[in-house]
Unconditional design. Structure first.
Lengths: 284, 319
C-alpha cells in the first residue's frame, strides 16, 4: 500500500512539473506580447508611416525602414522561392530516392537551422567585398538564401501529399512529367506551396543578422537597390540600443509591427494548412 | 490530322528536358550554396588563420589596437550561454511535450501546440529587445542579488555567482536563449513522442503503470534517439543565435569566472564589430570566428538530423 502511494505521489509530482513547464512557456509568450503591446502601442501613429527615421534625439517615423524591409523581403522571396519550389519539385518528383536527393535533403535541413549570420558573412564576402559597398541587393540576396530551405521543404512535403492516382491518370493520358507537374500537381498542392511561401516570408522579414553587413542601414529615403537601404530589423537594433528615448520608442513600435506581421503570417499559414488537410482527409 | 503529331512530341520532349534540368539545377544550387559558404569563409578567414595559426582558438586576447586576436573568450561565451539555455530548456521542453502528448485535454492540445510554435516564429531581435528592457532589469533587481547572497556563499560554485548584478551578462543571455530554443525542443519532442505506438503505451497502462511510469519506462526508451536529436537541434540554434544574445551579453572580450559578468559569444562579436572593423586582420579574424561557428553548428545540426532521420525510418518500418 505504501509503495503504491509512493508511486502515485511520484506520478503527481512529475505531472505537476510538466504542467508548470507548459504554463511557464505560455507565460513567456504572453509576457512577450504584453510588453510589445504596452511599449509599442504608444509609438503607433500616423507619423510612423509618413516620416523618415529621425536623427539622434529628433522625432520621426519609420517609413524608409518599412519600405526597405518590404522591398528586400519581396526581392528575397522572388529570387529564393522559385529556386526552393523547383528544387523541392526535383526531390519529390524526379530524383525521389537517388543518392543526390538524399544528400540535398540532408544539407537543406541543416541549412534550415544554420545561423543566419553565416549567410550574411557569405554574401558580404562574395558581393559586398566585390562591389566595394553595402547595398540593398546584397541584403535581398542573403534573405533569398534563407528563403530557399523553407520553400524547398514545404514544397517537397506538399507534393508528396498529392494522391498518386492523379499523377498516374495524367501519365496515362500521355502527358510528360513537366506537364503533369505544372497542370496537375502544382494546382493540387497550391495551398500547401503558398503556406511555404508565407512561412518563408515570416522567416526572412524578421531577420536582422544577415542584413547588418549586407544592406547595412540608411537614415534617409532611398529606392536605389545599389545603395545601403534602411530596414526595420536593423533600425530596431540600432534604436533600441541607443540612449535616446524617442529612438527607443520607435524601436518598440517597429518591434510591435514586425511581430504582429509575422504572427499573422504564421497563423494564416497554419489555417491554410489545416484547410488543406481537411480537404485531403475527405478526398481519401 | 494525325493523332500523334511528331513535331508536337518532339516539342514536349524539349520542354521536359528544360523543366527537368531547371529543377535539377535548383536542387544542386543548395549544394553549391553550402560549398560556397564553406569556401568563402575559408578564404576570408585565411589571413587570420595564417597569422595566428592554431593559437587563434586558444588565446583570450582580443585587441584591435595591437592587432592581436584570439577566439577563446567568444568560444567560452558561446558554449556557456548555450549550456545554461539547455539546462533550462531541455527539462522544460520535455515537460511541455509530455503535457501535450499525455496530459492535455484534446480540446487544448492544438491551441497550446500552436502557441508554442508561434513562440518559435517570433524573430530573435524581439527576444533581444525584450531581454534587454524587461528580463535584464527583472534579473538585476530580484534574481541576481539573491544568487549573489545565497549561492555566492557556497564554496566552489559560489565563484559562478560573484560580482555586482549588472543585469546583462552571460546568465541573462543564457535565460533568453532558453526561452528561444524552448519551442524547438518542445515541438520536436512532441513529434517524437507521437511516434510511439499507442499499443506500447496501452500495454504499460494495462500492467497498472502510472502515467509517469509509462513515460519514463516506455515512451522515453522508445524515442531516445529522437529526444537526443531534438535536444541537439535546439543546441544548434542556441549556439548560432545572434541578435537576442547581442542585446544582453554585454560584449566584453574576457572570460570571467562569474556567470553574472558580461561576456561575448562568437555570433554577437561578429554582429557588434563587423561593420566597425578596420584593418584586414581584424575583419579576417571576425570571419574566422564565423568559420568556427559554422563548423560547430554544422556538426551539431548534422548529428541531430542524422538521429531524427534514424527515428523516422524506424517509425516507418514499424507501421
Amino acid at each position: 500500500m505504501n509503495r503504491r502511494a509512493f508511486r502515485q505521489g511520484k506520478n503527481r509530482v512529475f505531472l505537476a512539473l510538466s504542467l508548470i513547464a507548459t504554463l511557464a512557456g505560455l507565460a513567456c509568450l504572453a509576457a512577450l506580447l504584453w510588453t510589445l503591446i504596452a511599449h509599442g502601442i504608444a509609438g503607433i501613429s500616423g507619423r510612423l508611416f509618413t516620416e523618415m527615421t529621425p536623427p539622434p534625439g529628433g522625432q520621426g517615423g519609420l517609413l524608409n525602414a518599412l519600405y526597405g524591409s518590404a522591398v528586400m523581403t519581396l526581392i528575397g522571396i522572388l529570387i529564393g522561392s522559385p529556386i526552393g519550389v523547383l528544387a523541392g519539385t526535383y526531390l519529390a518528383e524526379y530524383g525521389r530516392n537517388s543518392r543526390l536527393s538524399t544528400s540535398i535533403r540532408f544539407i537543406n535541413d541543416v541549412l534550415l537551422s544554420a545561423p543566419s549570420i553565416i549567410i550574411g558573412l557569405f554574401i558580404y564576402e562574395i558581393i559586398v567585398v566585390r562591389m566595394g559597398h553595402f547595398s540593398a541587393i546584397a541584403g535581398a540576396l542573403s534573405l533569398a538564401i534563407l528563403a530557399i530551405p523553407v520553400t524547398l521543404r514545404t514544397t517537397e512535403d506538399m507534393l508528396n501529399l498529392v494522391p498518386v492516382g492523379m499523377k498516374d491518370s495524367s501519365a496515362a493520358l500521355g502527358a510528360y512529367p513537366w506537364r503533369t507537374i505544372l497542370s496537375i500537381l502544382y494546382p493540387a498542392a497550391r495551398s500547401g506551396i503558398v503556406t511555404g511561401l508565407l512561412l518563408a516570408i515570416a522567416r526572412i522579414s524578421g531577420e536582422t543578422a544577415p542584413l547588418l553587413f549586407t544592406a547595412l542601414n540608411n537614415q534617409f529615403w532611398s529606392t536605389d537597390l545599389n545603395a545601403p537601404m534602411a530596414n526595420l530589423p536593423v533600425v530596431i537594433f540600432q534604436f533600441a540600443l541607443s540612449p535616446y528615448k524617442d529612438w527607443q520608442n520607435l524601436a518598440w513600435a517597429g518591434a510591435l509591427i514586425i511581430t504582429v506581421t509575422i504572427l499573422l503570417l504564421s497563423i494564416s499559414a497554419r489555417v491554410l494548412l489545416s484547410l488543406l488537410q481537411a480537404k485531403g482527409g475527405s478526398a481519401r | 490530322m494525325a493523332i500523334i503529331d511528331p513535331s508536337h512530341a518532339a516539342k514536349q520532349l524539349i520542354y521536359e528536358r528544360i523543366f527537368r534540368s531547371a529543377t535539377l539545377s535548383a536542387a544542386i544550387l543548395v549544394l553549391v550554396i553550402l560549398g560556397g559558404v564553406t569556401v568563402s569563409l575559408l578564404h576570408g578567414a585565411w589571413p587570420a588563420l595564417e597569422h595566428f595559426g592554431f593559437s587563434f582558438v586558444t588565446r583570450e586576447v582580443w585587441n584591435p589596437v595591437t592587432d592581436e586576436f584570439g577566439a577563446l573568450a567568444p568560444i567560452y561565451g558561446t558554449v556557456v550561454t548555450s549550456l545554461i539555455a539547455m539546462v533550462i530548456a531541455v527539462p522544460a521542453g520535455f515537460g511541455i511535450a509530455l503535457f501535450l502528448t499525455e496530459m492535455s485535454p484534446p480540446l487544448l492540445k492544438r491551441p497550446i501546440g500552436v502557441a508554442v510554435e508561434l513562440l518559435a516564429a517570433v524573430p530573435s531581435i524581439i527576444f533581444g529587445i525584450w531581454g534587454l528592457f524587461v528580463l535584464a532589469p527583472l534579473l538585476q533587481r530580484h534574481v541576481q542579488p539573491w544568487l549573489i547572497g545565497h549561492a555566492g556563499a557556497i564554496p566552489g560554485i559560489g565563484r559562478l555567482f560573484m560580482g555586482p548584478p549588472y543585469g546583462i551578462g552571460i546568465l541573462t543571455a543564457g535565460f533568453v536563449l532558453a526561452i528561444m530554443v524552448l519551442p524547438f525542443i518542445a515541438a520536436t519532442m512532441r513529434d517524437v513522442f507521437d511516434t510511439v505506438p499507442p499499443m506500447l503505451k496501452e500495454s504499460g497502462y494495462g500492467l497498472g503503470a502510472t502515467t509517469w511510469e509509462v513515460i519514463w519506462h516506455v515512451v522515453v526508451p522508445h524515442s531516445r534517439v529522437g529526444i537526443v536529436g531534438g535536444v541537439m537541434l535546439g543546441l544548434g540554434r542556441a549556439l548560432g543565435e545572434t541578435m537576442a544574445v547581442t542585446f544582453v551579453i554585454g560584449n566584453a572580450h574576457r572570460i570571467s569566472s562569474s556567470l553574472l559578468a558580461p561576456g561575448t559569444t562568437i555570433s554577437s562579436s561578429i554582429a557588434n564589430e563587423f561593420t566597425e572593423a578596420v584593418g584586414d586582420l581584424y575583419t579576417s579574424s571576425l570571419i574566422a570566428l564565423g568559420l568556427l561557428l559554422f563548423m560547430i553548428t554544422f556538426s551539431v545540426i548534422a548529428a541531430a538530423q542524422a538521429m531524427l532521420r534514424r527515428l523516422e525510418r524506424r517509425a516507418l518500418m514499424s507501421v
